[in-house]
Design a binder for this molecule. Structure first.
Ligand SMILES: CCCCCCCC/C=C\CCCCCCCC(=O)NCC(=O)O
Length: 585
């Protein structure tokens, strides 16, 4: 009887008024919690940003006290990497003075471009240790190296622009950082990245937006955008970065410097941010950026050493093969200016044509080619990135502030799979480009492991077809545009995302690829944009972007070889660079 009574009371409680009040309370509670989390994230981000800015100011004051003059700093930072290497080895320059000069210039450049995240405080002590060293010097003795923020450096946060990683300093250096140090280098600053590192802009809520030194209304490319801007502006001579879709080569192209993405795994990636590591079909590659090809070569020679093979036994123990790099044998080189999906712009055509005639003049045979269906490749790439329905990205970004550059991707990622598919279908129809919509559809992920394994097989088929094409043409290497176009204005990644098909192709294939600057956009290139196709949304966006003040921007060429043939890539890059300087030795 009592129990019935209790039940009666309970049921009575569920009247319209009480239910509405409870519902309102729940909504208020949820909203307050979300607002609380938003402001907590904002304050965490603000504190971190202020700490980093204060560190930069403190370092600048320290350098002023040490009497680093602008003149001296410029004299040292203008040296080419081979001159610097030689003067450090001979003892003509001390590691400490070189480190201080680079720190001073990096911080000055940073005030204009916002490319440095924070200085590495231990740099001066490391430089001093190099100067006090007796006996054989390492190959990178005293060489200052800037490090992309997603590499672990003991005692520093590694955030990839995401607030949840703030306040969690790592306990060990990345393998690459350990090897650099062992070889005598002095890591001296950490450089900026875009939030999640999956875009080719360079902005995040913690450290802000990095600007392109060639035109501050544009970005430096990404995700190694801090490196690109810093090196191009003279604040670093050698930088370390990662590339899963073009993150080394895109900044190299957009800032006018050199960048090498090796075969993933040739240089250790141990001790880099874990965000994309569960996805093993297209792996992030550790590589480097530098002012010239010698910088890339010097870094590769130094990194490919027994110490790295010992620290990371997953790295194939293949030292730098001078015989491939120094080889003078004429090569058969495939080339293309248009991948068949996104037409590259006229200035990028000229860059390839220029590299082609240099290589021909050096005795190589250049063979026109078309890569295997670029649309098929890009669909496979997108399916890989979105394979988990973007759950990994969303989990890492939970309670974070979305940067304006990636906001639209995150809002879309939250939608249920069916809706993503529908939106994708509509987008394809409206933009007259099936891939534009596929970009949204792919974010809905795979339903079963069976589907995922079939997708993995499709990637293997694409690799087989490409290898068969190379074999049928009898080519040793390929040259093609460094990207579809030069540097883009801020907040236009979403409008121009298709451009990355030129770089993602060699991530999906896992072929080593390097970009070097070859030419700059001219007035004539802009006039020639009149003939640029104007059918799809991407084409229209590219045309509009190119007509918006791109004259003078750097344009690069990409050199590609088969897996583990990095030395051949560098050889080609060097030959093109020499040809540009009029040196035909
Ligand atoms: C930002 C939210 C993630 C959702 C996925 C967006 C899908 C967009 C498709 C393609 C864009 C590819 C851009 C490539 C930029 C370079 C990425 C890169 O190489 N990162 C380096 C690294 O992670 O190591």
């Amino acid at each position: 009887m009592n129990r019935f009574k209790e039940l009666e009371i309970d049921l009575d409680w569920f009247n319209g008024r009480n239910v509405s009040v409870a519902f309102l309370c729940l909504v208020t509670l949820k909203t307050s919690h979300a607002i609380y989390k938003y402001y907590r994230a904002k304050s965490k981000v603000k504190v971190k940003r202020e700490e980093c800015l204060a560190a930069c100011r403190k370092m600048a004051e320290h350098l002023t006290q040490k009497g680093i003059t602008k003149d001296k700093a410029e004299r040292i930072t203008r040296l080419s990497i081979t001159e610097l290497e030689q003067r450090l080895q001979s003892g003509e320059l001390s590691a400490v003075e070189v480190c201080e000069c680079y720190q001073a210039v990096a911080l000055e450049v940073d005030r204009k471009l916002n490319c440095v995240v924070e200085p590495i405080w231990e740099a001066e002590e490391m430089a001093l240790e190099r100067d006090q060293k007796t006996g054989k010097k390492g190959p990178l003795h005293g060489m200052p190296v800037s490090i992309k923020e997603n590499y672990y450096i003991k005692g520093y946060d590694c955030t990839a622009g995401m607030q949840r990683c703030i306040g969690d300093p790592v306990s060990e250096d990345a393998v690459v950082v350990k090897v650099l140090k062992r070889q005598g280098a002095v890591p001296f600053v950490r450089t900026n990245v875009p939030q999640t590192m999956m875009t080719f802009e360079c902005s995040n809520p913690i450290y802000g937006r990095t600007l392109n030194p060639q035109d501050t209304n544009r970005g430096p490319g990404g995700s190694s955008g801090g490196e690109g801007a810093l090196i191009a502006a003279g604040g670093s001579i050698l930088g370390i970065g990662t590339d899963i879709g073009g993150s080394i080569r895109i900044p190299a192209n957009m800032c006018g410097i050199c960048g090498l993405k090796p075969t993933a795994g040739r240089i250790s990636g141990a001790g880099t941010h874990k965000l994309t590591k569960g996805q093993t079909l297209v792996k992030s590659a550790s590589g480097m950026l530098s002012r010239d090809v010698d910088g890339v070569t010097i870094a590769m020679r130094a990194l490919l050493c027994q110490y790295m093979f010992d620290l990371d036994p997953t790295v194939p123990p293949i030292p730098f093969r001078e015989e491939i790099y120094q080889d003078k044998r004429p090569l058969r080189i495939g080339y293309y200016i248009d991948d068949g999906y996104i037409p590259s712009v006229p200035s990028m055509h000229r860059a390839v044509e220029k590299a082609k005639s240099i290589l021909e003049s050096r005795g190589h045979k250049l063979i026109p080619m078309q890569p295997v269906d670029a649309r098929r490749m890009f669909r496979l790439f997108l399916d890989t990135v979105g394979a988990d329905g973007t759950k990994t990205y969303l989990t890492c970004m939970k309670d974070d502030i979305y940067d304006s550059t990636v906001r639209q991707f995150f809002y879309t990622s939250h939608l249920p799979g069916v809706l993503k598919k529908m939106i994708g279908w509509i987008m394809s129809a409206v933009s007259r480009d099936d891939i534009a919509g596929y970009m949204v559809k792919a974010l809905s992920g795979f339903g079963t492991v069976y589907e995922y394994w079939n997708h993995a097989l499709d990637i293997e088929d694409y690799k087989d077809d490409t290898l068969a094409l190379w074999r049928s043409l009898g080519i040793d290497a390929v040259i093609c545009p460094g990207f579809a176009f030069p540097a883009i204005p801020h907040n236009t990644f979403g409008d121009l995302v298709g451009g990355c098909v030129y770089s993602t192709m060699y991530n999906l294939l896992n072929y080593p690829a390097g970009v070097l600057p070859v030419t700059k956009v001219t007035e004539q290139d802009i006039k020639d944009m009149a003939n640029y196709p104007n059918k799809t949304k991407f084409e229209k966006n590219i045309k509009k972007m190119m007509l918006g003040g791109t004259v003078g921007l750097p344009c690069g060429v990409q050199c590609v070889a088969l897996p583990y043939q990095e030395e051949l890539v560098i050889r080609l890059m060097k030959e093109v660079e020499q040809g540009l300087k009029g040196d035909n030795s």
